[in-house]
Design a protein. Structure first.
Length: 327
């Protein structure tokens, strides 16, 4: 039995779908509230859904049956300004689950983020040493909270303190794919611009305000959610490695590349227009991200990542263009 926190969210629900398809018993901890987030789980067989505030009591009574915890639950908005709330959810809750797994001898896989790298000045090397992480400068409270937890984990392991028998922190880059629809403005550009592309209208992108990058030339490591799921499945196998690992495609691609792939996937000639970037986001805007996958590969993960054009085509044709968009 696997507990997936944040299991009704974007990456979490894709993990739940894969584990359920594998025949695993899956327990989800999340809040569904009054929107359509429940649809992310509608096709998956879940043993139980536990509210986050009830999770500690559930672990006390049912935890002996658990095989592992996959912790995807977090406040993931990069624009959240309540840093106290972000710390409480992204650090304190995560640490309580780490300690539970350490005390009960269970594997622990958790979501970190490429937001820990800030503007990328210090590179995108998933070096888990405390010294390397001390050089990173996140640009928002979300990235800061993820780095705080990564550093706490690294310091715990370096000191030889109690730790789960196997653990992994996953620094996800720009993930796209089905079940992200509840994220509103935090959805991928693909999901946000799909209606216009499908109608044959121009795809609107932000202008560049850095002379080193042309309009649409801003670069991101776009990674299909299926690649993230496969890494998690690999880490839940026996004798899996421990560590902090980047999870991306390993190849930076431009937003113009993404827009062209989206138009082609909808059967239209690429048309792109550019609008000024809002001034509020310009100071902290990232113009380049690219995951270094050396450590993931050295740890034994050999599966190739999905090329951008293939991932966008599958996302559009299997999900976004369908009446039922959910996995």
């Amino acid at each position: 039995m696997i507990l997936v926190t944040g299991g009704a969210g974007f990456i979490g629900s894709n993990i739940v779908a894969a584990l359920a398809a594998d025949g695993r018993d899956v327990v989800v901890s999340d809040r569904l509230r009054s929107g359509d987030k429940w649809r992310n789980l509608a096709k998956s067989r879940c043993r139980e859904i536990v509210q986050p505030e009830a999770l500690a009591d559930w672990l006390e009574t049912e935890g002996d049956a658990l095989d592992a915890i996959v912790h995807m639950g977090a406040i993931s908005s990069t624009t959240e300004r309540d840093a106290d709330l972000v710390y409480e959810v992204n650090v304190r809750l995560s640490w309580s689950l780490w300690r539970w797994c350490a005390a009960h001898g269970r594997p622990f896989v958790y979501a970190s983020s490429a937001a820990t790298y800030g503007d990328g000045t210090a590179g995108f090397d998933d070096d888990a040493s405390p010294a390397a992480m001390s050089r990173l400068r996140p640009l928002n409270a979300y990235g800061w909270s993820k780095l705080v937890f990564d550093r706490r984990v690294a310091e715990c392991v370096a000191a030889g303190s109690a730790a789960p028998p196997q653990w992994a922190g996953l620094r996800f880059f720009n993930v796209y794919g089905p079940n992200e629809y509840h994220k509103g403005s935090m959805q991928s550009v693909i999901a946000q611009r799909y209606p216009a592309a499908a109608a044959g209208e121009p795809v609107v992108l932000f202008e560049s305000h850095d002379p080193r990058y042309e309009h649409g030339g801003q670069l991101r490591d776009f990674v299909y959610v299926d690649d993230c799921v496969e890494v998690v499945r690999w880490l839940l196998a026996p004798r899996a490695p421990s560590g902090i690992f980047n999870v991306g495609s390993g190849h930076a691609r431009s937003f113009a590349d993404l827009a062209r792939a989206l138009c082609v996937a909808t059967g239209h000639e690429p048309r792109i227009t550019y609008v000024p970037m809002p001034e509020a986001i310009r100071p902290n805007y990232q113009y380049f991200t690219e995951a270094r996958l050396d450590r993931l590969r050295s740890a034994g993960y050999t599966r190739a990542t999905v090329p951008l054009e293939d991932g966008v085509r599958e996302y559009v044709q299997r999900f976004l263009s369908q009446r039922d968009r959910y996995r």
